[in-house]
Design a protein around this ligand. Structure first.
Ligand SMILES: [Fe+2]
Ligand SMILES: [Fe+2]
Length: 181
């Protein structure tokens, strides 16, 4: 019988982890569709959770994933270069933050609130699609498995340490790339 840890190294993969969390984000937006429009307690609980998921995920990418991608990447798919790929991602994160802030300016469940949630969903969907096609593809092709594992461990540890949320901070895309190059 297997007595537990046999010494076989387990592995995580940052590209799989990010892909999985994108699914969680899509699914949480989809959950909002299921809630009766007048159940503002449920809507604000789900939105509150989603707000944290979006921000902590974006910050973890900025802290652990993009800096390493900048050193190993070449620019994948329709990206011109790795720096363009990452500048674009930072710009998108700022746009998602703006859209999330706008939601907070409206009373939960009102038409304006739903409009703002839709804008956040559009920004996030566009960003995830591009990130999957460019940044994740680039990392899969150019980072070794140990690096993919190590970044995943740092990423998930950070997210769990900040499970209650963090203060969103916009970054200047060009400064970010210059600082991490
Ligand atoms: Fe992401
Ligand atoms: Fe991202």
């Amino acid at each position: 019988m297997d007595a537990g840890n046999t010494g076989t190294p387990t592995s995580m993969d940052i590209t799989e982890l990010i892909l999985f969390q994108h699914h969680e984000q899509r699914r949480t937006f989809a959950l909002l569709d299921e809630i009766p429009r007048d159940d503002t307690a449920a809507l604000s609980a789900i939105w509150g959770r989603l707000e944290i998921l979006l921000e902590v995920h974006a910050e973890a990418e900025e802290k652990f994933f993009y800096p390493r991608l900048l050193t190993v990447g070449h620019g994948a798919s329709d990206a011109d270069s790795v720096s363009e790929e990452i500048e674009d991602a930072i710009k998108d994160h700022n746009e998602i933050r703006d859209a999330v802030r706008k939601v907070a300016g409206h009373e939960t469940g009102t038409d304006d609130w739903w409009q703002a949630v839709t804008e956040a969903r559009v920004s996030n969907s566009d960003h995830m699609a591009e990130e999957e096609r460019q940044d994740l593809a680039d990392f899969r092709r150019h980072a070794d498995l140990q690096t993919r594992h190590d970044i995943a461990v740092q990423f998930i540890a950070y997210e769990n340490q900040h499970a209650k949320g963090i203060k969103p901070v916009d970054k200047d895309p060009e400064d970010y790339v210059a600082e991490h190059s």
